[in-house]
Design a protein around this ligand. Structure first.
Ligand code: MN
Length: 321
């Protein structure tokens, strides 16, 4: 998915000095963002005062939306650099095309992982015909400086490892949870996992105390470390935890996001992550002149133009706004 905000705010994140070193329970409210004419998403990251969780730097939750008589998702070709995108669905499907020639349909609980590296472009659309409901999350992972210029590539994994306990199925999307590791390529110590809980479940999830974590609620009613979490909201949990108490009062779907606090300061603008104003200005120039980001074939429509850069010089300033 693209950040379709026509006046995207500059985001500067990173730096271990800003990470709480002990467990906290900080509720992050979503910001409603309109994507195109009809679609609304709930943006959890970046959030006021909380820009990243590990290398996770962008989290949108969308749906469930009834798109039976609608085109559904229609995101025209747009570029990315310096990051990975993770497409995660609970309902519906997304047809992905990109400039390295990928053409894949992503279905519920399958990993669509696009590593932009130095530059890629892609489109995302609801196929025709499509399922009635569309429900999912779109997430970005910042690439560390050492890997942000890797060759662009796309991975689709329909089979992912699971960690199970009575009433809990944890599907490992990216990185490692407990003893299970996702086949998706990760470039920093990270975890992303889908947690499916059945009503009445009370359990504890093993965590790495060196990671910071947050939990996003996708559906149902669950209590995370005692805090009731409604769909579309996220609870930041800090570092220093060896386990996480979970309790479901209905069938519930959560996403666990975590990782080593990301120490590098980054500049995020539109669909790019760089380290400087010059990185972003160059990416914009390259996209508008048709270089670096390749071409998406087969999408019915023109690519998205980049928004204007703000009049000020972009610089990373740390993760608190
Ligand atoms: Mn995108």
């Amino acid at each position: 998915m693209s950040n379709l905000d026509r006046q995207p705010a500059l985001s500067a994140c990173g730096g271990r000095g800003f990470v709480v070193a002990e467990p906290v329970r900080e509720l992050l409210s979503p910001r409603t963002v309109k994507l195109g004419e009809s679609t609304e998403v709930r943006r959890l990251l970046p959030n006021l005062g909380r820009r990243m969780v590990g290398a996770w730097c962008f989290v949108d939750h969308y749906g469930p939306d009834d798109i039976a008589d609608e085109p559904g998702m229609q995101v025209a070709p747009h570029p990315h650099a310096g990051l990975q995108t993770v497409s995660w669905l609970h309902e519906g499907e997304v047809l992905h095309r990109d400039s390295v020639g990928s053409l894949e349909t992503i279905r519920p609980r399958e990993l669509g992982l696009m590593t932009s590296g130095r530059g890629i472009s892609h489109s995302e659309e609801s196929p025709r015909p499509h399922a009635r409901f569309l429900h999912g999350a779109q997430l970005w992972v910042a690439l560390p400086d050492a890997h942000r210029d890797v060759a662009p590539h796309f991975q689709h994994h329909a089979q992912l490892p699971e960690v199970t306990a009575p009433g809990l199925t944890a599907t490992v999307i990216l990185g490692t949870l407990d003893t299970a590791t996702s086949p998706g390529t990760a470039y920093s110590p990270i975890v992303g996992a889908d947690l499916a809980l059945t009503s009445g479940t009370e359990t504890r999830l093993p965590l790495d105390p060196d990671f910071e974590y947050a939990v996003l609620s996708m559906s149902g009613e669950a209590h995370v470390d005692g805090v009731p979490l409604l769909p579309g909201s996220m609870l930041y949990l800090g570092c220093g935890r060896t386990e996480l108490p979970l309790r479901a009062t209905s069938d519930a779907g959560l996403m666990l996001l975590g990782g080593e606090p990301f120490e590098e300061e980054i500049v995020m603008f539109w669909n790019w992550i760089g380290r400087s104003h010059e990185d972003i200005a160059q990416a914009r120039e390259d996209w508008m002149s048709g270089t670096r980001f390749g071409e998406v074939k087969g999408y019915d429509g023109p690519p998205l133009p980049a928004p204007e850069l703000p009049p000020t010089h972009l610089k990373p300033r740390g993760r608190v706004r």
